[in-house]
Ligand binder design. Structure first.
Ligand code: BGC
Ligand code: NOJ
Length: 811
């Protein structure tokens, strides 16, 4: 069953009922100022950091889900309704929500009044703009009132939920004309405040939530709206809000439009006050002055669309498969931007008060983002590397605002260092900018010990060389990519963190997954060494890589698939020898992507085993058989009920690894079959089963052992976005950036047909035509570049050209 449809021309998903299985959300904001907005106008706003600089309040685990947001109420006689249905839930005569790229549009119709609402964050300003147009579609004159509503949060979203004894006494506001200034904590150490304004004279305002709602009413029955009159209260403590009242009379057929602006302002310490106790409003007024008219709004909205169209044009495919076109050209790239901005911090499943930027997460997010805005990727790489330790280890997370490592979690996740190589290599392959390798980058933010980024990569690599176990395989530490495989933790008591409890490392527990990563990213590091002329280092690295391949072949192979790990007793994990958890997806994907087992046939065997043991109609499960009891020696992975999350869920993140691995052995049909299973657009038809948004990937789909097999959770913020985009664009469609130039080497289903790709790379636009006359799955017979045939798969890079035409004919 569907709850909407894709509008590809407008790059929108059109939700046609407010009663979606779960809130289906969108993100507004490209750089520093962000809003999460659901299909019923729920959500919240923050500046840079969802924990420390939260602007509006969201209520988690609420009994009526998703009932805090930025709402507009329309009072039309005795009927009170919202264009997005929530929170009054008054039945609408018609409803539509269009989630677009960086904006959302809502259209609600009730009793001959149409309300059209567009909301977005302009590219360069810390403000959310909403244009609302009310139209009288009937034949009689109407007198209505429009009320806005936002509920402020007390800035630190974590404190907001815990520290009432303080917070309920600190709320302060000012109101001038149509602008409400929210200035809680501004009197002391804060240098920021928020504004909510509308471009028309108002007939009332409210800044106290209790006055607006009535102390015992929910947002569905606000007393002041029912009365039809806001009382102009100036809040003092308790729950400050901002609400405007505009009385509107509409002749038959008449429309009126209002522009609302919700902004964030920072003042310099010595410029905070205009008069004692009165905040300096210069910057706020300048910001609001920019968005006073409908024309201002439309201009900024057009600029946002241009910004996005330009970004999305960097990779564009025309094929006969509408799902691939839509996901590649629009939604997958869009999700890559969102994951780059948010890491795993703020979604409807991540509260914004927990995790900051993940070291491994952000490095992987770069893989799907770097082609969009390489400069921002460059800055991110430096930020991430700056949190690395001198021995090559890394803080597992850092705070987006301070960019400092998070010492509560600390380090010891032994895959982390290698992801830095992955991200940096992707950046250099994309841009050719080797200057980044010479940048001086601190360790643990201490500039006095800074070295070049290249030295950081060396230390990342050597961290693994220096942390090996009894089988010469990498020690796993607290966990590797699979955060829940905690082989040194032995947590027995509830409340202990699975990952951070116990020693950060034991001398025995090893990871075959990290071994695969070491081979893959060790080689990419060696390529960078060669590029920089350090052949001796490249030779040393490749010799270490060879040793690791031998260790995998000797102790990392189980007969039909790769072993997952060795636990603290040196027992195998992910082996036929185990009762449960005999085969895991991660080493099959990573080792084959690294090229291990391709020559001797083990890669094919491993992938056949994946298909036989882990595949389901909804995607490939992370392991089988599921763990049915808690294993102290394995940790959190065995804490989940069978079929959920890391315990045999379909962890979407590593499905593309299997798909890529299939392309490495040339099986395009199978690679694409795996791609399709978790691809949102392909499964739109089963939205009642899948339940999360049909336009973005979710972290997890419940596996075959779960009660709700096929049901997804944790949408939006997942490495699935970056890895899937890498998979489809670089491996299946086969446009892979190498250090020398773009390579063209698709691995597609026999029936995929011919296709065209436009790819902007290092400032040059490549128009690539791929022909497959003999319906092969892999192999390019000829490559012509501007009419001249070239040998091999790589288009030689020539920066003097603006556009290049390429024709690749498959065998
Ligand atoms: C989740 C993992 C996640 C980890 C982060 C676990 O509970 O299952 O997916 O990476 O928490 O701390
Ligand atoms: C989600 C985490 O963000 C990511 O870092 C981890 O690799 C996966 N869960 C698997 O545990």
């Amino acid at each position: 069953m569907k709850f909407g449809f894709f509008d590809d021309v407008n790059k929108e998903y059109v939700v046609t009922t407010p009663k979606t299985p779960l809130p289906w959300i969108n993100y507004l904001g490209c750089k520093d100022f962000f809003t999460l907005i659901s299909n019923t106008c729920g959500g919240y706003t923050f500046y840079k950091d969802a924990k420390l600089l939260r602007m509006t309040r969201y209520r988690y685990n609420d009994t009526t889900p998703d009932t805090n947001g930025k709402y507009f109420y329309i009072k039309d006689g005795d009927t009170i309704w919202n264009p997005g249905w929530q929170p009054t839930k008054t039945e609408l005569d018609s409803y539509e929500c269009r989630h677009g790229i960086g904006y959302s549009k809502f259209t609600g119709l009730k009793n001959n009044i149409k309300a059209e609402l567009i909301t977005f964050v302009p590219v360069d300003d810390a403000v959310e703009l909403t244009k609302i147009t009310l139209t009288n579609t009937g034949s009689a004159k109407k007198e209505l009132s429009l009320f806005s509503y936002v509920e402020w949060c007390l800035w630190n979203a974590d404190d907001d939920m815990k520290n009432y004894q303080r917070n309920l006494s600190i709320g302060e506001v000012e109101v001038i004309d149509s602008t409400i200034y929210h200035k809680t904590e501004y009197r002391e150490r804060r240098n920021h405040y928020a504004v909510y304004s509308v471009n028309t004279k108002i007939d009332g305002f409210e800044t106290s939530r209790d006055e607006f709602r009535g102390a015992y009413n929910g947002p569905d029955k606000p007393a002041a709206v029912i009365e039809g009159k806001l009382h102009k209260t100036i809040a003092s403590g308790w729950y400050p809000i901002a609400s405007h009242q505009i009385n509107v009379s509409l002749e038959a057929g008449e429309s009126k439009t209002f522009v609302f602006a919700l902004g964030y302002i920072e003042n310099a310490e010595d410029d905070k006050w205009e008069a004692p106790g009165i905040i300096n409003k210069k910057k706020a007024n300048a910001l609001l002055a920019k968005y006073q008219t409908t024309e201002d709004f439309d201009k900024a909205f057009a600029a946002l669309n241009t910004y996005w169209n330009d970004l999305l044009s960097k990779f564009h495919i025309e094929s006969k498969d509408e799902h691939v076109n839509r996901m590649v050209n629009i939604w997958n790239q869009y999700q890559c931007m969102v994951t780059f901005n948010m890491s795993r911090s703020a979604s409807y499943y991540e509260t914004g008060i927990g995790r900051g930027m993940g070291f491994r997460d952000s490095c992987q997010d770069l893989l799907g983002f770097v082609h969009l805005i390489p400069d921002r990727a460059r800055e991110r790489i430096i930020d991430i590397a700056s949190t690395q330790f001198q021995d090559g280890g890394a803080y597992h997370q850092y705070q987006p605002l301070t960019k400092k490592g998070n010492s509560d979690i600390g380090s010891g996740f032994n895959d982390d260092p290698l992801w830095l190589i992955a991200g940096t290599s992707a950046y250099i392959r994309e841009t050719g900018d080797t200057s980044i390798l010479k940048e001086m980058v601190p360790y643990d933010n201490d500039m006095s010990v800074a070295t070049t980024l290249m030295e950081h990569l060396k230390r990342s690599f050597d961290y693994i060389v220096n942390h090996k176990g009894p089988h010469d395989l990498p020690l796993i530490g607290r966990a590797d990519w699979n955060d829940c495989l905690n082989l040194n933790c032995f947590s027995e008591h509830p409340g202990e963190s699975f990952q951070c409890f116990g020693p950060s490392e034991g001398p025995v527990a090893e990871s075959v997954f990290i071994a695969g990563m070491f081979v893959k990213y060790g080689r990419e590091y060696a390529d960078l060494c060669k590029l920089m002329g350090d052949n001796a280092e490249a030779d040393r690295v490749l010799a270490e890589v060879d040793k690791m391949i031998k260790a995998i072949e000797k102790d990392g192979w189980d007969g039909d698939w790769f072993v997952r790990a060795y636990d603290a007793y040196s027992h195998k994990v992910g082996s036929k020898e185990c009762d449960e958890g005999q085969i895991y997806i991660e080493p099959q994907g990573m080792c084959v992507m690294a090229g291990v087992g391709i020559e001797d046939g083990n890669a094919k065997k491993a992938l056949d085993s994946v298909k036989e043991k882990l595949d389901t109609k909804y995607g490939v499960m992370i392991l089988q058989p599921a763990y049915t009891r808690y294993h102290l020696e394995l940790g959190e992975i065995t804490s989940y009920p069978p079929g959920y999350k890391e315990n045999a869920g379909i962890f979407c993140h590593n499905n593309p690894w299997i798909s890529i691995a299939e392309t490495c052995i040339g099986r395009g049909d199978r690679a694409f079959e795996v791609y399709k299973k978790t691809c949102p657009s392909y499964i739109e038809d089963i939205s009642e089963i899948h339940r999360t948004e049909p336009y973005v990937y979710s972290q997890m789909v419940a596996g075959a052992d779960a009660k709700f097999h096929g049901e997804a959770k944790n949408s939006w913020l997942t490495g699935t976005a970056a890895w899937t985009f890498t998979n489809i664009s670089q491996y299946i469609l086969g446009i892979y950036p190498t250090l020398e130039g773009l390579s063209v080497n698709p691995c597609i289903p026999a029936e995929f047909g011919d296709f065209n790709i436009t790819r902007v790379y290092r400032g040059v636009t490549y128009n690539i035509e791929i022909k497959n006359p003999n319906k092969v799955q892999k192999g390019v017979a000829s490559l012509t570049v501007d009419g001249v045939e070239v040998a091999g798969n790589v288009i030689p890079f020539d920066g003097s050209k603006k556009t290049v035409s390429v024709v690749a004919t498959m065998k």
